[in-house]
Design a protein around this ligand. Structure first.
Ligand SMILES: C[S@@+](CC[C@H](N)C(=O)[O-])C[C@H]1O[C@@H](n2cnc3c(N)ncnc32)[C@H](O)[C@@H]1O
Length: 384
């Protein structure tokens, strides 16, 4: 599983607008960030989960060993080396020198693994934030596995951008080189189940409230609305991890973001805005939306990969990744017909309390194939 966060007591203010001027994001409190985010990566069980994801592992392995020309005799920076696996493969593919940077104490395990595999003369493990460390030279390749749920959760790509801008040679190559985010309408029993859970929680609140009144003489009803909002956020508005079957995708998947890792900027990913159209492929029920990503290893234009490799987290009958898909459910599903057009709007930004968590505003206008408007829908979701 990816790193989880409690999304709680983060300091700092949200990026905002004061006097018409857009303010910059608040500085990140490093200690809080470590407690909320990094600490989970210091456990071997967590690294093991990632090392057991065959789709992920095969994609990175093949991207390196089918493109040895990018590594042989070259210098490599592995941003967030974790167990050291990508650094080790880079060295095995012939790299002259690999700088393997890891923020957590996992660096000690990585160092041991490098030594046990006889690569300590090539791979140098450095414990520290990649933003803070210094290298003796610029590198030919930056490799990193930075992707979070729906690509951008965790905001780790910021660190890769920082490393790229400081340490990649002008002729350097990014691994992966490109990334894309996808959104598609889906059908799912999750809608009904989550709605039932929400109804159950509210029925339980009503009983509880009655009991407090009759046993202890206190009227709780003023808290019913905030409790309902809290439960709605928990059961309906929090995106759900799911391993969707492709048959659950009921319309054309739409590309909501595409980026070139060599040129992408933080401001480009701080907020992702997209308006796209999906066409429904049969008479069915729209229960929500699924979001996923893919990344490509294509090298750079002047120095392309010999073998293009792709890592996809799209719904698949055969392969499931630990990222799965993020599902945004609708508590009131809508009947749709073949040819219905969905005009989808997505605004994804960082949570005000924790820049590594995401808030997603989804809107959807449904039109029949004839162009007649059918229904509209808009909701805020949270990727926690
Ligand atoms: C998703 S894991 C990938 C680990 C390993 N590269 C792999 O592919 O199995 C990301 C790793 O990057 C580390 N990391 C995240 N941000 C970092 C930063 N700014 N500086 C150094 N390490 C970082 C985390 O602690 C974590 O171990």
């Amino acid at each position: 599983m990816r790193s989880s966060s409690n999304g709680g007591a983060m300091s700092g203010r949200a990026p905002g607008t004061f006097g018409g001027v857009k303010s910059s994001p608040p500085p990140v409190d490093k200690e809080v960030d470590y407690a909320n985010y990094f600490c989970t990566y210091s456990f071997l069980y967590h690294q093991k989960d990632m090392l057991s994801d065959r789709v992920r592992m095969d994609a990175y392995y093949n991207s390196i060993f089918e493109n040895k020309h990018h590594f042989a005799g070259k210098t490599v920076l592995d941003v967030g080396t974790g167990s050291g696996i990508l650094a080790i493969w880079s060295a095995q593919a012939g790299a002259r020198k690999v700088y393997a940077v890891e923020a957590t104490t996992m660096a000690d395990h990585a160092r041991a693994l490098v030594k046990a595999n006889g690569l300590e003369d090539i791979v140098e493990v450095i414990q520290g934030s990649v933003e803070d460390i210094s290298l003796p030279e610029k590198v030919d390749v930056i490799i990193s596995e930075w992707m979070g749920y729906f690509l951008l959760r965790e905001s780790m790509f910021d660190s890769v951008i920082s490393a790229r801008d400081r340490w990649l040679k002008p002729t350097g190559v990014m691994y992966p080189s490109h990334a894309r985010m996808w959104l598609a309408p889906i059908k799912s029993t999750l809608s009904e189940r989550k709605k039932n859970d929400l109804d159950g929680a509210m029925a339980d609140w009503d009983n509880f409230s009655d009991e407090i009144k009759s046993y202890y003489g206190v009227d709780m009803s003023v808290l019913t609305k905030p409790f309902a909002q809290e439960q709605e956020k928990h059961y309906i508005q929090t995106a759900v991890w799911n391993d969707l079957n492709p048959l659950q995708v009921i319309g054309t998947p739409t590309l909501v973001k595409e980026m070139d890792c060599l040129t992408a900027t933080v401001s480009e990913i701080e907020e992702v805005r997209s308006n796209v159209t999906s066409v429904i492929n049969g008479h069915t029920t729209l229960c929500g939306f699924g979001g996923w990503f893919d990344v490509q290893f294509r090298g750079r234009k002047e120095d392309p990969a010999q073998q293009d490799i792709e890592l996809t987290t799209a719904p698949s009958e055969r392969h499931c990744t630990h990222w799965g898909q993020q599902v945004f459910i609708m508590s009131n599903p809508i009947n749709v017909e073949e040819g219905d057009n969905l005009n989808l709007g997505l605004v994804m930004s960082r949570s005000k309390e924790n820049h590594r968590l995401m808030e997603v505003e989804l809107s959807c206008e449904i039109k029949e194939a004839s162009g007649n408007p059918k229904e509209a829908f808009k909701k805020m979701y949270f990727i926690e």
